[in-house]
Design a protein around this ligand. Structure first.
Ligand code: C2E
Ligand code: MG
Ligand code: MG
Length: 595
């Protein structure tokens, strides 16, 4: 265990990953000596220097000792008893009355022959007692052992056992120092609150042991990001390694001192999000994670530690409600927006009860024949006061609330029933695509709810396509492969939606039983004008075809886009070019015209 981390305020922490105790790490401890005889101070210093120590505070006038102690925050105090101004007992008593110094190691060094003194000093809280003249080896060893014991206690009290990062207590200490420095240097400080998404899901599916390994790896990756930031030289005096902490099960905090600009913190946030998105490999299994970060800046968002922490937390919650893999600066109107969000949450609950949802259908058209192959079912919320609310504005909230599970069940049931009617009416080849949220995949009841929608509607499973997104692949890949296989065995197929916007690992494309790939709209907007986008789209089509998957282009609005996609053998087109999403009456009319 790296027990020396807290040993001095100036010490750089080399690694937060717990290692063995190195006595050498203790050598930079700050040693304060109080003795009225200057020669004694010099002798003890010389002996300790020989033992490798280098950081001393020597005090000859005991009346000044308390002030020096409070200012210099030593790691250990060597105290004489017989002193003319304030004697050692009184000083010891005063030290012990200070909350922060109740447990500071104090070694009494005295020439006093008085037999009761030793006991009295120990009773008053002295850690050890040495008689002058001191034996040099004994002095060095006693100091080493006392410092080691203190370091071990500090490790337990100030560091997170699992990751070796500072815990909340030490973090508050660091943040306070950071704020002092920011005040002094007149430079802002940024506080980052990093929350992992759906970590509970990882613990539940893979077990706590694997969860622990991942948390350690996350801590390592964050440490590396912060370390490289330090090397780049953006950080000032405060060691960045000391400025990270683990505050909760899946919550980390980072203090960035001397941030020169808002962009500075933004670039760190992007790097943090990027390293968390890289797959974690535990026992040969790839595991995917994302995070959200809230940022508060001193002094702009608060001058006190409490308000900075609170505001970074609100910003993180805000980021989370806007999706995964985001960072967000605190802003004062966030409180208003948070209230609006709370209202939206309560309205959403009512919406489920009152069935305020409606389903729209957007045609998916064969690029060669122009025939409607099927339709994507898109959810609409008709709010009693606000009217139409876009799914982009409420799906994430429903996901965070867990409400998406029951909403999703309703969507599946209604859409399957509707499709059955259209199939029965003669549109026998129609394929219904339904969006399934990652949150639904985390729910054990998903397969049963698909089965129940199919049996309720009597729809043949071959008509049902489930649209999933790359972000679903969070967590354990093996687990999802078998979950998808299991559901696919019902006879339904899978489509990978918004392809290219998430963590596009080609390895999972091969492993997941995906029948269709939807190129995200963002790649198609500038096709065919943008050469880069043209190449990307061509590459995606070629890759999907080589894996035996059909390709859908989303968001096609213009003839030029359509021509390009046809030329490059894209199979299916969806977009305003053919039709906006339509209500069921509108869609049936569209189908009838298509015949
Ligand atoms: P998505 O699954 O990628 O759906 C495609 C979105 O693109 C739809 O937005 C559609 O209206 C829009 N769109 C289609 N063609 C065009 C076009 O040519 N131009 C433009 N600018 N947009 C086009 P919508 O309906 O607002 O849905 C947004 C997202 O909300 C969907 O993206 C999907 O992720 C989610 N969503 C919708 N319905 C459901 C649902 O029932 N369950 C779940 N879990 N998510 C849903
Ligand atoms: Mg979709
Ligand atoms: Mg899409």
């Amino acid at each position: 265990m790296k027990a020396s981390n807290k040993i001095t305020n100036t010490m750089a922490v080399n690694s937060h990953v717990q290692e063995g105790l190195h006595y050498d790490d203790l050598k930079i401890a700050k040693i304060m000596m109080v003795d009225d005889e200057p020669i004694m101070l010099d002798i003890v210093q010389a002996l300790l220097e020989e033992g490798g120590y280098c950081n001393f505070i020597k005090v000859e006038h005991s009346s000044k000792a308390m002030m020096r102690l409070l200012n210099s925050k030593p790691d250990i105090l060597l105290l004489d008893l017989d002193m003319p101004e304030v004697n050692g007992f009184d000083l010891l008593k005063a030290v012990r009355q200070q909350e922060d110094y109740q447990f500071l190691p104090v070694i009494i060094l005295t020439a006093s022959e008085e037999p009761g003194n030793k006991l009295k000093a120990l009773e008053m809280g002295a850690t050890d007692f040495l008689s002058k003249p001191v034996d040099p080896s004994e002095l060095v060893l006693r100091i080493r052992n006392t410092l080691a014991a203190k370091a071990y206690q500090d490790q337990l009290a100030y560091y997170d056992n699992l990751t070796g990062l500072p815990n909340r207590k030490l973090f508050i200490d660091h943040l306070n120092r950071g704020i002092d420095m920011a005040k002094r240097d007149n430079k802002p400080l940024a506080l980052l609150d990093v929350g992992l998404d759906r970590f509970r899901q990882i613990n539940e599916t893979l077990g706590l042991y694997t969860g622990d390994i991942i948390l350690k790896l996350v801590a390592q990756r964050l440490t590396e990001v912060i370390r490289s930031y330090d090397v780049v030289g953006h950080a000032d005096t405060m060691k960045q390694m000391e400025s990270m902490a683990r505050l909760g099960a899946d919550e980390f905090s980072i203090v960035l001192c001397g941030v020169n600009s808002v962009e500075n913190a933004s670039s760190i946030c992007k790097r943090v999000l990027d390293v968390i998105k890289m797959p974690f490999i535990v026992n040969g299994t790839e595991i995917f994670l994302t995070a959200n970060i809230g940022i508060s800046v001193y002094p702009h968002d608060g001058e006190e530690i409490e308000s900075l922490i609170k505001h970074a937390g609100s910003a993180k919650d805000f980021a989370k409600n806007n999706g995964t893999d985001n960072y967000q600066y605190y802003s004062s109107d966030m409180n208003t927006r948070t209230r609006a969000l709370l209202k939206m949450e309560s309205d959403l609950r009512k919406a489920v009860k009152n069935e305020e949802f409606e389903l729209y259908y957007q045609p998916k058209v064969n690029s060669d024949s122009g025939k409607v192959m099927g339709m994507e079912c898109l959810l609409r919320w008709i709010h009693p006061d606000e009217g139409f609310i876009s799914p982009d504005d409420f799906i994430h909230i429903a996901e965070n609330m867990g409400l998406i599970v029951s909403i999703g069940e309703w969507v599946l049931k209604q859409a399957c029933k509707q499709t059955r009617e259209w199939v029965d009416a003669g549109h026998s080849e129609l394929k219904l695509s339904v969006n399934v949220s990652p949150r639904q995949f985390a729910d054990a009841g998903l397969k049963a709810s698909i089965e129940s929608a199919l049996s309720y509607s009597g729809l043949d499973p071959k008509h049902l396509v489930l649209e999933i997104t790359e972000s679903m692949l969070m967590g354990n890949v093996d687990h999802f492969v078998s979950l998808l296989m299991d559901i696919k065995n019902l006879g339904v197929s899978f489509s990978l939606d918004d392809f290219g916007t998430g963590y596009s690992s080609l390895s999972y494309l091969k492993r997941f039983p995906i029948d269709e790939l939807k190129i995200d709209r963002s790649f198609l907007t500038d096709v065919p004008a943008s050469k880069d986008d043209n190449s990307i789209v061509r590459a995606i089509i070629a890759m999907a075809h080589s894996l035996g998957q059909k390709v859908v282009a989303e968001g096609v609005e213009h003839t030029e886009q359509l021509e390009f996609l046809r030329q490059h053998n894209c199979d299916i087109i969806q977009g305003y070019y053919f039709s906006k999403p339509l209500d069921s009456t509108g869609f049936l009319a569209y189908l009838s015209n298509d015949k």
